[in-house]
Each structure stands twice: as C-alpha cells, then as structure tokens.
Unconditional design. Structure first.
Length: 334
C-alpha cells in the first residue's frame, strides 16, 4: 500500500478534496463542489448554531460527506487518512480561526502557522489547518501553500527564484517577493473581482459581453492591447471609456470586455515597470495566462519574465500541502 494524504483546498466559494499518493505526488482522485467556506458558514449560522452544534463540528460533518463520497468513488478505505486543509477553513468564517504567519516567511514552509485537530469517533481523520500570511496591511490564505509547493517543485528542476516576484493572477492577484529563500513582501490586486463588479454590477454591464473569453481573434486582442495602453491614464477616467466605446460603436461587446480586462490587468502590471531589477515569474494555469503574457509583452516586461507550466501550477497546492504535512510530522498511513 502506498502512503495516502487527503489534501483539501477549501476556498471562499469552492471546495476541492484530493486523494494524493505522497510517494510520487500522484493525484489518485478528487471531488469538487461549490460548497465553499462562506456558504458552509452561512449554513451553520442558519441551521447549526441555533441547534447548539459547534462550528468546528458542522464543518467536520460537511468535510466527512465529501471524504465518504471520495472513498466510495475510489473504493478505497480512507479511515485514518490524515487531512491537510489550506485556504479559508482557517479564517474567522472557517472551521477554526488560526493566526496568520508573519514576514519574513521561509519558502520551505517551516514556519507555516498551523493548527492540529485530533480525530474523533465520528470523524476518524487527524486534521491540519494551514493559516495564511500577513504583512502590516495585506493578507493571503491559500496562496502561501501553493507557493511553498511550487518552489519545492521548481527546486527539483534546479530553477532559482531568488530576487524574484511571483505573479499569481486571479480574483485577487498576488505579487509575492522572494529574497534569500524567504517571502519578504507581497501585494494584492483586486483585478479579477473589479472586473466582475464592473462587468456584472455597474453601468458598464450593458456595454460588455464577459462570457466566452477563452478564444480570441486578432481584433479581440487589439482591443485588449488598447486597454493596456490606456491604463497609463487615470483608471477612473479610463473605465468610463468602456461605456463610450459601446455608445460610439467603437468595439463589439466582447471586444469591450477585453478592453476592460486590458485596463485592469495593465493597471496591475504597470507597477512592475518601476522595479526593473526583479526577475518576474508568471504562475497562471488558466485562461488568464494568454492575457497576462500578452500584457507583459506590451509593457516590455517579457525579457525578464519566466512562465511556469500549467501542469506545475496544478500540482503546486498538493506539493505544498504535502511539504507542510512533512514539516508538521504528520504520519501518513501505509
């Protein structure tokens, strides 16, 4: 029998549980759902708290349903298999709040802030909750685990990341600064969230078509590039041009959505122009990769940018969870 670990990435709005072969970091199977931490917390407030059910127990039972489904799906007895959880489960709305780690933060995960929860009669799994990292005015939860795993994977490829800024695009994009094998700073950009707010909940919603942004024609990419270039001006003024682009029939609604995306991604990335001594590492395994790659070309950042394959990005969280489990001396059953 091989060593098994259950790695859970429990985000605000999504849930992912993976059964991992720890000997070779092979994904055996997984289950996913939209039952994120926020909805689970709301369910507990509505249906558990008033019945005297503790928040930890309520979250355990939610997790147990997913573990049981994974066991049924794989026909593997998962009794006693430890679970490592990263993401929002360690937040104030999660299973149990765990204090943030602080900077400087070693990239080997040796100073990760964790909480150990012992197995119970109705939940035969030891739990390790991984908390996030904070600065004086910024926080991250989940990305630190992905970072630890990614750097461990890159180390096996003998790729140096010292004096580098790692870029993790997303709803809340992260720029993470690495020096001497430590995270020394990081910055959060609300790029993806602002796009969704503007595209679905603002006056601009009737000027864009934000769906099906996966394949792009030359004219689509030209609109995106125009947005990047216009990000040099005031972002508040530039955002209203999305409205006038539609009023004056300058762009189609899909092209206008890409123009909006270019404005926001351009505004995020132009901060890197003023940091010419840093190597840049683009870590994006989804459809944002092509847009960020093009934006970096337009902003003349490509010469000092290395891109990480989608395969490594997908394995990074598993690798980070395993690394932290090993640091915490979590025993993996054989």
């Amino acid at each position: 029998m091989k060593n098994h670990l259950l790695g859970c990435d429990w985000g605000t709005s999504s849930f992912r549980l993976r059964l991992i072969d720890s000997t070779d970091l092979r994904l055996i199977s997984e289950v996913t759902s939209q039952e994120g931490v926020a909805s689970t917390f709301s369910d507990w407030k509505a249906n558990g708290e008033s019945q005297g059910v503790s928040r930890e127990h309520f979250f355990r039972q939610q997790l147990k349903r997913q573990v049981d489904w994974l066991a049924s799906k794989t026909a593997i007895d998962l009794t006693g298999t430890p679970i490592v959880i990263s993401g929002m489960a360690s937040s104030s709305i999660g299973m149990e709040e765990v204090p943030y780690a602080t900077l400087p933060f070693p990239t080997d995960g040796s100073l990760a802030s964790t909480r150990q929860l012992s197995a119970q009669a109705d939940f035969p799994h030891d739990l390790t909750l991984i908390s996030g990292v904070r600065t004086q005015d910024d926080v991250m939860r989940g990305e630190e685990t992905q970072l630890i795993g990614l750097l461990d994977l890159l180390d096996t490829l003998q790729m140096s990341v010292d004096e580098s800024i790692l870029l993790f695009p997303g709803t809340h994009s992260k720029h993470i600064y690495i020096q001497q094998q430590q995270v020394t700073d990081f910055r959060t950009f609300m790029t993806g969230e602002l796009f969704n707010l503007m595209a679905y909940h603002s006056i601009l919603k009737d000027s864009v078509e934000p769906t099906d942004l996966h394949t792009f024609s030359d004219s689509d990419l030209t609109a995106f590039t125009s947005g990047i270039n216009d990000a040099d001006s005031s972002i508040l003024n530039a955002l209203f041009r999305v409205r006038t682009n539609q009023l004056f029939n300058k762009l189609s609604k899909k092209q206008n959505a890409l123009y909006l995306s270019g404005l926001l991604i351009g505004d995020e990335l132009k901060t890197l122009i003023k940091q010419p001594k840093w190597q840049l590492i683009l870590c994006s395994g989804n459809n944002l990769y092509e847009l960020y790659k093009l934006a970096m070309e337009v902003l003349q950042l490509s010469d000092r940018t290395t891109t990480i394959s989608a395969n490594l990005i997908d394995k990074a969280t598993m690798a980070g969870q395993l690394k932290i489990a090993q640091n915490q001396h979590v025993l993996l059953p054989k």
